[in-house]
Design a binder for this molecule. Structure first.
Ligand SMILES: Cc1cc2nc3c(=O)[nH]c(=O)nc-3n(C[C@H](O)[C@H](O)[C@H](O)COP(=O)(O)OP(=O)(O)OC[C@H]3O[C@@H](n4cnc5c(N)ncnc54)[C@H](O)[C@@H]3O)c2cc1C
Length: 426
């Protein structure tokens, strides 16, 4: 029997790609979708913060836009900014620092010209300094990444950012310094988003095509010798092959019969949690701006999005839908003081309208931390699991910084692995 744990996008895609092959898909929550679920609160639709679909792979494009959900998505150009030193600059900062104070523009430009890209950087800090130079590092990359990752940047590796943090060409840097806006840089220059219903329409489309899905089934242990998953209800299921999309640290910590080191490996893996403050507000906010990054420590949040500025159906007429993202190293904090500070800063930034909905959500496992421990532990743990017929995959199963399109592709790979011993993960 093929057993899949977790009905987020990766688990759902695995089930979908298994087609008629027999499997059992189990999900802890009452609804499938994982991080791609949306919630409706008094006419506002909130995602688990902004979930924008970036499609590069031809197969996924065809599957989603033509076969599964034709006419459901609209395509949008990115209109994102950075707020620093009291002003807005178009995103990405490294190619658009015109408008910043003159000494900042000079430091960024000179730093970039003096930078010498390093093929083998020892840390994120070394990589960022060598790739972008001291100015861009000091004014944006350092404060922003320290705020998001909550660890010193010399402890982070750089292997998560090759696709997500683009290096401008010399022409782009000069254009960006003198005020020609570089709009099309990076993986997220354009995106797809459902015309209504929030991002949950995507996992829901996969879920409709699954022939076995049991929600409300929280796996509490996996006995890797007996090949047995135990659920919180006491129910058990045997597997021949197991696909797990649970956070890797949870899987290792709750596995029985594996190497002794699994528990210590689990304890070493670091994650960042997020407090998402969703707001439904009267009136329009920030014109057409879709989201803004806040590198400075004075602001408790690292990003604010105005979802209704990319999809107006996410808010009632005449209202705005905002998500405010705060990075946490402990998901068990009292959110109230943080929410209060966020609201004060939002008022200071010009939010005038009456707040109609205030909804907080904590995502306990939001970003996995790419430190040296991860680099050493994750490949070993994944290989040891595979030797025991367990494929741990997806954003948290493989303990990686990834995105929805990749979750769909990894689900397809996982399905191949389930049915083909000589498949991609043999
Ligand atoms: C703040 C934030 C913003 C993001 N924005 C974007 C974006 O704009 N664009 C983009 O492409 N990607 C974005 N992502 C990434 C995207 O959410 C993920 O790549 C994708 O949802 C991962 O799917 P998954 O199935 O691997 O994991 P998950 O969605 O986490 O699914 C795992 C599932 O396992 C279930 N589960 C957990 N424990 C158990 C258990 N013990 N027993 C049974 N079930 C269990 C969970 O309930 C969940 O349903 C963002 C992520 C975050 C955190």
């Amino acid at each position: 029997m093929i057993v899949i744990l977790g009905a987020g996008l990766t688990g759902l895609s695995c089930a979908y790609h298994l087609g008629d092959t027999e499997y059992r898909l189990y999900e802890a929550e009452a609804r499938p979708g994982g991080l791609c679920r949306s919630r409706d609160v008094r006419g506002f639709t909130f995602d688990c913060t902004g979930h924008l679909l970036h499609l590069r792979d031809e197969y996924v494009k065809r599957l989603i836009l033509e076969e599964m959900l034709p006419g459901v998505f609209a395509s949008h150009p990115r209109r994102a900014s950075i707020y620093a030193m009291g002003r807005f600059a178009p995103y990405p900062f490294q190619a658009n620092f015109y408008g910043m104070p003159r000494e900042v523009v000079r430091d960024c430009l000179l730093g970039f010209l003096r930078a010498a890209p390093n093929e083998t950087p020892a840390s994120f800090e070394e990589w960022a300094l060598a790739t972008f130079g001291e100015g861009i590092y000091k004014y944006f990359l350092q404060p922003y990444n320290e705020k998001l990752w909550r660890v010193p940047l010399d402890q982070l590796t750089h292997d998560w950012c090759s696709w997500s943090v683009p290096r401008p060409s010399l022409e782009q840097i000069v254009d960006g310094a003198v005020g020609f806006v570089n709009r099309n840089m990076g993986y997220n220059a354009a995106f797809h988003y459902p015309k209504r219903g929030g991002i949950e329409v995507l996992p829901a489309a996969f879920a409709r095509r699954c022939h076995h899905l049991a929600t409300g089934h929280r796996a509490v242990s996996v006995d890797v010798r007996k090949r047995l998953v135990r659920f919180a209800s006491g129910e058990e299921v045997r597997y021949d092959r197991l696909v797990s999309t649970l956070p890797l640290d949870d899987l290792l910590a709750n596995a029985a019969g594996g190497p002794d080191e699994w528990h210590s490996m689990a304890a070493k893996l670091k994650r960042v949690s997020i407090l998402a403050l969703n707001l439904g507000v009267q009136g329009h906010f920030w014109g057409r701006r879709q989201w803004v990054y806040f590198p400075e420590p004075d602001f408790p949040f690292y990003r604010i999005g105005v979802a209704s500025n990319f999809e107006s159906t996410l808010a009632p007429d005449g209202c705005s839908n905002l998500y405010v993202e705060v990075s946490l190293d402990n998901p068990h904090v009292d959110p109230e003081p943080i929410v209060k500070r966020c609201l004060e800063k939002l008022r200071w930034l010009g939010l005038r309208g009456r707040i109609l909905v205030k909804d907080t959500l904590i995502i306990p496992c939001a970003y996995v931390v790419y430190d040296r421990v991860r680099q050493e532990v994750v490949p070993r743990a994944l290989a040891q699991l595979r030797e025991r017929e367990i494929l741990s995959t997806g954003r948290y199963g493989a303990w990686q910084y990834s995105y929805m399109e990749r979750a769909i592709l990894e689900g397809r790979e996982a399905a191949r692995w389930c049915v083909d011993r000589d498949g991609p993960f043999k």
